[in-house]
Write a protein that binds this ligand. Sequence first.
Ligand code: BG6
Length: 489
Amino acid sequence: MKESSNLLFDLVLFGGTGDLSMRKLLPALYQLYRTHPFHSSSRIIAVGRTAPSKEAFLHRVQDKLEQHLPEDSWDTVSWQQFAKHLNCISIEADKTESYRGLIPLLSEDRPRVFYFSTHSSLYGAIASSLGALGLITAEARVVLEKPIGRDLDTARQLSGQMSNYFTESQIYRIDHYLGKETVQNLLVLRFANPLFESLWNHHYIDHIQITISETIGVESRGEFYEETGALRDIVQNHLLQLLCILAMEPPPNIEPDRIRDEKLKVLYALQPLLGDGISRYVVRGQYTTGTINGKTCAGYIEEDGVAEHSTIETFVAMKVMIENMRWSGVPFYLRTGKRLPSRSCEIVVHFKEIPHWIFETPRGQLMSNQLVITLQPDESITLRLCGKRLGPGMDVRTVDLNLNPKSRGNKRSADAYERLLLDVIKGDQTLFVRQDELEQAWHWIDPILADWESTSSPPEYYSCGSWGPAGSTLLLAKDGRLWHEGASG
Ligand code: BG6
C-alpha cells in the first residue's frame, strides 16, 4: 500500500499511562495498526502525571498487550513497528507550562486527536491549557471518556468549558458500547428487514430485557467506583444507549445527526422515575463475599479504596417505560452488576403469545418467540420460534434459528475501541453521543441519584456469584415474568 494512503494523525492520550489506556486503548490502537497501517510519521503520545522513561513505558505496553490481546493477534514484528509510533510524556493537568513538551511532537498537516481519559473534573483544565498554547487546530478533535460529569449540572458546566475551545463537530463523546459490532448490526436488523420492523411495537412485543453482567469486581478502581457507582458507570450511558438503539424510530438516513435525533426522542419519552416509583421500579445492590467459578471473592467494602460503610451500588435493575405510540405498555427491564456468575451482554426481545392456540402440546411448555441478541462474550443473534418435532403427530417444540454474524465469514470483528478510534481519525461522529443526548440522559438519571444520596438505607446485598439481590427477581416476578435464562442461568 502507498504510504500516502496510510492513516495520518497525531493522537494525544491524556491518562495515557492509566488503566483504560493499558487495557483497552493501546491494545485497540495496536489492532488498528495491523488492519489500517499508520503513516510513518503518525504519533501516539501517552500523557501521564509522572511519565516513566520511554523504555519503561514501552516495556509496560508490551506486557499489557500480550496480556489483553487474543493470542493470534500478537506478533513481534507488528509490535516493533507499532512501538515506533509511541511516545510518552509527563504533564501536570493544571499547569499550562507543562504542556509545552507537546509542541515539538505535533504536526500541522493532519488531524490532531486529544483523547481525555482522566477524571472528568480535569477535562476543563486540559482544554484550557491546550487552548492557551494554541494547540487546538481547525482539524483537532477531542474524545471525552464517560462518565462525562456526575450529574446534569456538572455535565453542563463541562460542556460550557469544552465549547470555549471546540465546536460540537470536534467533540466525540465516546460510549464504547456503540462501537460493538452487534449494536451496529442491530440497526441493520431493524431497519433493513420489514420482517422485524413490522413487529417492532407494542402490538407484538411483550417486553424487552437488557443485561450487562460482569464477573469482575471493581479491581483497582475502588476510588473511582466510590464516586461513580453502577448507575453512573453503566446505566446512564451503556444501558440507555442500547435502549435508544432498540427503541428509536427509523431515521430518514444514516447521517450521524439523524440517528442522534431519533435516540434523543427516546430519551425524551422515558417515563420519569420519581418519588415512590424509584423504590418500586429500581433495585440497588452491592456485592458481599462469595464464590465465582470456585474462587472466593471479597465483598465490595473489602476492596481497596472503598469506605468501610459505603452504600455505593455495584448492581442496578430497573423497569423502564417509554411513553410513545410505539412502546406504550411495553416494559424494558435493564440490569447490570459486578461479580455476577458470568460476563455477558444480552438483549432479549420477548414477543407476545399467539392469541389462539390450536396444538396439543401445552403452550406453557413452550417459550414465546424471542429474539436473543448477544453482544458478548460471543456475538450472536438467535430467533427462538416454535417448530414441529420430527415424526408423527403435531408435537410442537422450541427451535433456535441462528443468525450468528460469524456465519457470515470468519472475519475478526473489530474491538469497539478500535472501530471508534478509526471513526475519530476519519471524522465520523455517527457512533458518538451528542451533548443534548448526554444532558437528557442525566436529566432522567438525576432524580434516582438524588434519592439514593439522600437516603440512609443501605443497598440490598448479594453474594458474589449470584444474580444480584432478591429485589431484582421480585421486580420481574411482580409482573409475572422472569429474567432470561441465558443470562441468568
Ligand atoms: C466501562 C465501565 O465503561 O465498561 C467498567 O467503566 C466496565 O466498569 C466496562 O467494566 C465494561 O465494558 P466491556 O466492554 O468489557 O463490557
